[in-house]
Design a binder for this molecule. Structure first.
Ligand SMILES: C[S@@+](CC[C@H](N)C(=O)[O-])C[C@H]1O[C@@H](n2cnc3c(N)ncnc32)[C@H](O)[C@@H]1O
Length: 273
């Protein structure tokens, strides 16, 4: 079950969620009929920006997996015509419970995971495109998050980020980047293809914002598992293969029957042999 943090007393979460509720209630209705319409317009702007920075056209997305990290409830992938879309944010369950999630307009549906970026429940090499807009400085441990971004990004995948620079730490924006500190962190995991600063900040009290396009750095160590070692351990274990073999030999039963009896014995319902 996803967690719901203390939204009344913890300023970190109250500020994040309060901002969206405020925008929903008091947003610019002279420009947009609803917060939903405003967010769809923002998703189109983000789509244009990502494709422009990545040097791709919209057809590129037609068979891609896109992961948006720190996606908030802005439905930022709503307009992306990609078949697989995943949104990750620790407050997604809260946004759902508050009726703040936005329906998709294009492509497959977005699957939402209510989860921190520092430990992603995704396999290696799944994402063709990772989008992280105005979220890296909201994370307490951005170095861990970037390590995870690299892990889930395909070798030829694209990482797009938009990150604010400067200002003071706040409860909901605990990490303050300088242009240099952001570059150092990115270089640990990525080959940075584009890095531009001087953009208008997402948050008024930050100094400016950056746009980043990067590819995962190759040659960094990947977690490996030793199949042979695990198989040997299993075959040598008293509970596993050796009991199965003995049962098959002694009773003439099949492999499936022997394994069923072992599993029954393990769960305490019946003895083996
Ligand atoms: C300002 S919102 C940005 C939302 C959206 N990306 C946008 O640009 O409109 C920042 C989001 O980062 C999320 N966030 C905070 N800590 C995070 C973490 N450790 N991992 C992933 N997302 C996090 C917050 O919950 C919040 O929804």
């Amino acid at each position: 079950m996803p967690q719901i943090p203390d939204l009344i007393n913890d300023p970190r979460y109250r500020n994040e969620v309060g901002w969206f509720l405020h925008r929903d209630k008091y947003g610019p209705r002279d420009t947009f009929d609803s917060y939903g319409a405003e967010r769809i317009a923002w998703s189109h702007l983000l789509l244009d920006e990502v494709l422009r920075y990545a040097g791709r056209d919209i057809k590129w997305l037609s068979d891609k997996t896109v992961v948006s990290i720190g996606c908030g409830c802005t439905g930022e992938l709503a307009a992306f015509p990609a078949p697989v879309k995943i949104g990750i944010d620790p407050l997604l369950y809260v946004y759902q419970k508050l009726g703040l999630l936005l329906a998709d307009e294009a492509g497959g549906r977005t699957v939402y995971l209510s989860q921190n970026a520092e430990s992603l429940p995704l396999l290696d090499d799944v994402a063709d495109l990772i989008v992280c807009r105005n979220a890296l400085d909201h994370m307490p441990k951005p170095a861990l998050a970037l390590e995870e971004f690299r892990r889930i990004l395909k070798d030829d995948g694209v990482f797009f980020a938009s990150v604010d620079i400067g200002g003071e730490p706040t409860p909901d924006e605990p990490t303050v980047f300088s242009v240099e500190s952001l570059r150092v962190l990115l270089d640990e995991h990525f080959d940075v293809l584009t890095f531009s600063d001087g953009h208008e900040p997402h948050d008024g009290f930050r100094v400016c914002s950056t746009r980043v396009v990067a590819r995962k750095r190759s040659g960094l160590s990947q977690k490996r598992l030793d199949r042979e070692m695990i198989l040997r351990a299993y075959e040598n274990s008293s509970e596993g293969w050796s009991i199965c073999q003995r049962l098959m030999k002694e009773t003439g039963c099949s492999y499936e029957e022997a394994m069923t009896r072992i599993h029954r014995a393990e769960s305490g319902t019946r003895g083996v042999g």
